[in-house]
Ligand binder design. Structure first.
Ligand code: HEC
Length: 153
C-alpha cells in the first residue's frame, strides 16, 4: 500500500472514530439499520401530523419529507441484514428470524415500501387531500413488514 493510502485510511479512521472500524460487525449492522428506521420515522412524523390535522399542511415540508422517505428506500440493504443478526441470536434487536427464512418476501416488502413512497412523492406536495390519500399505502407498507418481521417491544 502506498504511504498516501495509509495516510488516507488513518485520517478516515480518525474522522469516523476508531470504534467504528474495530467494532463488532453484527452490532454495527443492527445499529445502522435501526438508525435507518429512525430516519423513516422522523420523516413520516410531520406527514402523519398533517394528515391528522395536528399541524397545518405545509407543502414544502410535506414534499421534502416525502422526498426523504423515497430516497431512504433506495439504500442498498444487503449489508444491513447479515446472517446471525436476528433476535434469537443476539440481544437488542427486534428483527425476527423470518427475515432470513424468507428473504425473498422480506425484499418484496421493502420493494412495496419503495413503490408506495414513489407514489406518495407525487402527491404529498400538492395539497392536504392528496397527501391524505397517498399516505395510507406508505403506512400499510411499514406495517406489513413489521407485522411479519419485527418482534413486539
Ligand atoms: C421490509 C421490512 C420493513 C419495512 C418496509 C419497514 N420496517 Fe421498520 N423495521 C423493520 C425491522 C425488521 C425492524 C427491527 C430492526 C432491528 O431492531 O434490528 C424495524 C424497526 C423499526 C423502528 C425501530 C428502530 C429502532 O431504533 O429500533 C422504527 C421506528 C421503524 N422500523 C419505522 C418504520 C417506518 C416508519 C417504516 C415505513 C416508512 C418502516 N419502518 C418500514 C422492518 C421494516
Amino acid at each position: 500500500m502506498k504511504s498516501s493510502h495509509i495516510f488516507a485510511s488513518g485520517a478516515l479512521a480518525l474522522v469516523i472514530g476508531t470504534g467504528a472500524v474495530l467494532a463488532d460487525p453484527i452490532r454495527d449492522a443492527i445499529d445502522a439499520r435501526q438508525a435507518q428506521f429512525t430516519l423513516f420515522a422522523y420523516n413520516i412524523g410531520p406527514l402523519v401530523q398533517m394528515a391528522q390535522g395536528d399541524i397545518d399542511y405545509d407543502s414544502e415540508i410535506a414534499q421534502r419529507s416525502a422526498d426523504n422517505l423515497a430516497a431512504l428506500t433506495h439504500t442498498h440493504q444487503d449489508r444491513h441484514w447479515p446472517e446471525g443478526s436476528d433476535n434469537a441470536s443476539v440481544d437488542n434487536t427486534r428483527a425476527l428470524p423470518s427475515i432470513w427464512e424468507d428473504a425473498e418476501d422480506f425484499a418484496s416488502k421493502f420493494a412495496d415500501l419503495r413503490a408506495a413512497t414513489a407514489a406518495f412523492q407525487e402527491a404529498a406536495g400538492q395539497d392536504l387531500a392528496s397527501l391524505q390519500g397517498a399516505l395510507g399505502p406508505v403506512g400499510n407498507a411499514c406495517a406489513a413488514c413489521h407485522d411479519a418481521n419485527r418482534a413486539e417491544e
